[in-house]
Write a protein that binds this ligand. Structure first.
Ligand SMILES: [Zn+2]
Length: 132
């Protein structure tokens, strides 16, 4: 894991424990993630992050809305996967970014406790995952 992912990791834990972001954390997250962090906060402000959890397993995936006016939505795992183009292009292929804005938005909303929680059965969750 790179130094900046470790710093980010520590930051998410702090935010999780206080359920808020202070100026210093904002500055650091912005420093690590740049413009993507701004975009992620815009998504979180619009309550654009849903956490879909399967019952009874409790396994979950995030559904994050796109930033643009077109009402697209992306499925993502905060740590390691997103269905958007930027994830494949900037994160996987070119390795230029740690994660995409949807993953960031998911992480931020989860840490702040502001996800829209959606419960489905494990069967429904499996069906969703099979379409990724
Ligand atoms: Zn994405």
């Amino acid at each position: 894991m790179s130094a900046s992912s470790l710093v980010a990791e520590a930051m998410w834990k702090e935010i999780e424990s206080t359920r808020s972001v202070n100026d210093e954390q904002l500055w650091t997250l912005h420093f690590i993630f740049g413009k993507n962090f701004e975009r992620a906060t815009r998504i979180v402000d619009q309550r654009g992050v849903k956490r879909i959890s399967g019952d009874p397993s409790g396994r979950s995936i995030f559904q994050v809305m796109g930033e643009s006016r077109r009402k697209e939505e992306y499925m993502c795992f905060a740590e390691n996967f997103c269905t958007c183009y930027s994830f494949f292009y900037d994160v996987v292929n070119r390795g230029e970014q740690l994660c995409c804005k949807h993953q960031l938005a998911a992480r931020l909303a989860a840490s702040l406790g502001t996800c829209v929680e959606v419960k489905v059965s494990d069967e429904e969750l499996a069906l969703l995952l099979s379409k990724l």
